[in-house]
Design a protein around this ligand. Structure first.
Ligand code: FMN
Length: 63
């Protein structure tokens, strides 16, 4: 979904840190369900372009 949002010219972010009970209450989520992530979707106020990436050999140790 994140990739598709970007593909459509939108911006998004995986949000894993939130008040689970507040979200549960705001969205009327049943007790049997657990919200694990929020995905805000919208138009970015800034155009940062593609983020710089360090080479894979710099961030990987092969064992
Ligand atoms: C499991 C997970 C939880 C995340 N939770 C949050 C969050 O609570 N708030 C936030 O601003 N970004 C959150 N992010 C997004 C990361 O901060 C980061 O923007 C995203 O992983 C892209 O980083 P990258 O381009 O270095 O891969 C989360 C990402 C992952 C994978």
């Amino acid at each position: 979904m994140l990739l598709k949002a970007v593909d459509l010219g939108l911006a998004s972010c995986w949000i894993g840190a939130f008040d689970e009970n507040a979200v549960r209450e705001a969205l009327d989520i049943p007790a049997a369900r657990t919200p694990v992530a929020i995905m805000p979707v919208g138009y970015s106020a800034e155009s940062s372009g593609r983020p710089a990436r360090r080479p894979i050999d710099e961030v990987t140790t092969w064992l």
